[in-house]
Design a protein around this ligand. Sequence first.
Ligand SMILES: [Zn+2]
Length: 193
Amino acid sequence: MSILKYEIILDLFLDELIPDTKKSVSKGNKIFGAFIIKKDDLSFTISGTNNETENPLFHGEISTIINFFKSKNLNPKEYLFISSHEPCSMCLSAITWCGFDNFYYFFPYSDTESSFNIPHDLKILKEVFNINNGEYIKDNYYWKSHSILESISKLQNPDKEKLLEKAKRIRDLYENLSELYQSSKISNNIPLN
Ligand SMILES: [Zn+2]
């Protein structure tokens, strides 16, 4: 895959998703979000952020899917689904039911649990589905999942270092947002906060 695709994805984190996430976190929501780009020209289509203070089902991916289907006649097969964090079991299913054949995530489950202190993704997979260490089938009948950071690391291009620096900036911004969320979460009514 071309380096351009990942450069565009990282830029959209910085220019679109993170500014929206900041607003959402300031209302007491989690730091999660997603956006969708078109496969053929990599153009930005729609984004969404976690809105659990309104409804605990409104994860970042769900908000994004709701926004996506507000436009009629879009074919999910023509789009790339980009998530800030590896999707939880509900969102894995939602992406499946919607007909996307892919998703890309920035932070893996292990980061969500350890760096961001939100263990529910791994815990639900284990407690409800008996899946250890988040090991769902990453390339299955319905879709293929991709780690953005692993994909960049595998690129055979000297310019990938610039992308990894950009990725570091993105991580720092999410860590700041996480501090804000964690310091406010005692006062929210989110069931799994
Ligand atoms: Zn989710």
